[in-house]
Design a protein around this ligand. Structure first.
Ligand code: HEC
Length: 196
């Protein structure tokens, strides 16, 4: 009797082990860039990624609250607002090893000149008319507007770290951004250091 129970226990153990092994290899597959997600799941994943990866830091204007800058949800992902002009930056701080950020982080001044965070909302002044291919080229190759012939993206856009995202995650981010509220805002072009 004892022997039968022991054999039964061993048998059940082996089956459970085999089941766990199968499930975990299945989970691994969902992790790779070949995973196929529905549009709805892509948008959800994109939202999760964008919320965790700090795109708002630079791409969303802020209002000043009692504890400092707070996201301006009305203009979320609208980039540097064209109607919020900034004064002349004091570029002399750079010789002491500093660079400058606008209060809401949507513009930065450094050795490259002055750059303005792009509109990445779903409006046509943002990425509304972009193809997925353009988005991939912008993030993977650091090309402005994701066009082959265009200028390289300027700092502080950290495309060279985001380029490590797998295809599914990039698709998800793009699907989410396309689903955002359109913010109409034509962001000013960058300025060379000599123009400041
Ligand atoms: C530290 C600031 C910063 C962060 C964080 C940041 N960006 Fe950017 N991003 C910029 C700036 C500034 C530009 C404009 C650069 C230029 O004009 O060359 C830009 C440009 C872009 C562009 C190109 C837009 C165009 O019109 O060519 C895309 C797409 C983009 N960012 C997506 C993202 C996404 C998605 C995230 C989060 C995963 C993100 N960015 C996080 C600063 C940032």
């Amino acid at each position: 009797m004892k022997k039968t129970i022991l054999i039964l226990a061993l048998f059940t153990g082996t089956i459970s082990f085999a089941l766990i092994a199968c499930t975990s290899s299945g989970a691994k597959q969902n992790d790779n860039s070949e995973a196929v997600l529905s549009q709805d799941s892509l948008i959800k994943r994109g939202s999760y990624l964008v919320n965790a990866m700090g795109c708002d830091d630079c791409h969303s204007p802020k209002t000043m609250g009692p504890n400092g800058p707070e996201l301006d949800m009305e203009h979320r992902f609208g980039g540097h607002l064209a109607n919020a002009p900034l004064g002349k930056p004091n570029t002399s701080v750079m010789k002491d090893g500093y660079m400058l950020f606008a209060m809401d982080l949507t513009s930065a001044v450094g050795p490259w000149g002055q750059s303005y965070a792009a509109n990445i909302s779903s409006d046509e002044t943002g990425i509304g008319n972009w193809s997925e291919e353009q988005f991939f080229r912008a993030i993977r190759e650091g090309k402005s507007k994701g066009l082959v012939e265009s200028r390289p993206l300027l700092p502080p856009m950290p495309w060279f770290v985001y380029k490590n995202l797998n295809d599914t995650d990039l698709k998800a981010i793009f699907a989410f951004l396309k689903s955002t509220k359109p913010v109409q805002n034509v962001v000013p072009g960058p300025k060379a250091l000599a123009e400041l």
